[in-house]
Design a protein around this ligand. Structure first.
Ligand SMILES: [Mg+2]
Length: 356
């Protein structure tokens, strides 16, 4: 009694192109999978590779999913889920594809148990999680308009893309501060665009009144730069949370070299199980954990929301990204996305059964 995996591709446009220091994103492919056993509920998952950002092409993800589908045809479906998932990690190194199967296994298992995923992962999981509004490298006017709209919808935390030229960065953040009000929490994300000295110059401007940025993500790139950045930030007595993102994927050892927070992304981590392990080990290393999406579809966001709820993360997370996707031609996904709509800056953890 083996599994059967159905794979469907959905190309989804972004409502507006996302500009970051690594490039421009205007569309993405979601690989939607359905895991069928001989009986019982169907498990749903998704793979969301983003080549411009994580280097995994749609072709590589497609090929990996096909290999995983072939392997699943050989698997004894009555074996425990972790045995099956372990076996699959030997089939492909493409984490985005492995995550799709991990999600589908959790979705199916939780449906069988008649429960949501979060309470299967932890007792007293949160029932909602705080999220921030992400604003790309747009003009200051546009940033202000987006921030005002988000603030009116209840957001009090914002993440703004920077590293695109300091004057423009400062103007963009100033517009967000102006629109969002003095109490909003603003984080900036440079996607590794700065050197240590550029980061210091930028922080000098961005931390000052009235901008008062609270956190900076991936200010510099590469593990070697982090101890210098940490020492310089301490010497300057800057009060800012330092978050590491892309560098931690390439060089996990960076966690002991200065960051306060590590951003973990479900799609790149291979699914819920590996994400929880990574988060627990990061916390042991004295680093806080945040979760963010790589513009995942609703199933990926739902899985990250369950994981964040189980990890009891209180800080605002980068999971309010579904609004950026144009789902007008994908009514099924639009319906799922609607269930994850943030209300007053929080996403309610889906009550189950399953992921969503
Ligand atoms: Mg980032």
């Amino acid at each position: 009694m083996a599994f059967h995996l159905e794979i469907r591709e959905q190309v989804v446009g972004l409502r507006a192109p996302l500009v970051a220091s690594w490039g421009v994103l205007d569309r993405r492919t979601l690989f939607l999978v359905e895991l069928h056993g001989s009986d019982g509920p169907v498990g749903r998952g998704e793979a969301a590779p983003m080549e411009a950002y994580d280097g995994v092409s749609d072709d590589a993800c497609r090929a990996a999913l096909r290999r995983l589908a072939a392997e699943l045809e050989q698997v004894d479906e009555t074996e425990p889920g972790h045995v099956i998932l372990d076996r699959l990690t030997g089939v492909t190194p493409v984490q985005q594809a492995l995550a799709a199967i991990d999600l589908a296994m959790w979705d199916r298992g939780a449906r069988q148990a008649g429960k949501a995923v979060a309470p299967l992962l932890a007792s007293e999981a949160l029932d909602s999680i705080a999220v921030h509004k992400t604003i790309g490298g747009v003009t200051a006017d546009e940033a202000g308009r987006i921030a005002a709209e988000a603030a009116a919808a209840g957001f009090s935390a914002f993440k703004v893309k920077v590293g695109l030229g300091l004057e423009g960065d400062v103007a963009r953040v100033a517009a967000v501060r102006e629109a969002a009000g003095p109490d909003a929490r603003i984080k900036v994300d440079a996607n590794g665009a700065w050197s240590v000295s550029e980061a210091l110059d930028a922080l000098d401007r961005l931390l000052a009144r009235p901008l008062r940025v609270a956190a900076v993500e991936e200010p510099v790139s590469g593990s070697d730069a982090w101890p210098h950045l940490r020492a310089a930030v301490n010497a300057a007595r800057f009060e800012v949370e330092l978050c590491v993102d892309e560098t931690a994927d390439r060089e996990p050892g960076v966690l002991s070299r200065g960051p306060d927070v590590v951003e973990v992304k479900l799609a790149r981590t291979g699914g819920i199980g590996p994400l929880l392990v990574k988060a627990a080990l990061a916390r042991l290393a004295g680093v806080h954990v945040a979760l963010a999406s790589t513009f995942d579809g609703p199933l990926g966001i739902a899985a990250a929301v369950h994981a964040a709820a189980a990890l009891k993360i209180e800080r605002p997370l980068g999971l309010a990204t579904l609004d950026a996707l144009d789902l007008d031609d994908a009514p099924e996904l639009a319906e799922l996305a609607a269930r994850l709509q943030p209300v007053n800056g929080r996403i309610a953890v889906p009550a189950g059964p399953g992921l969503l």
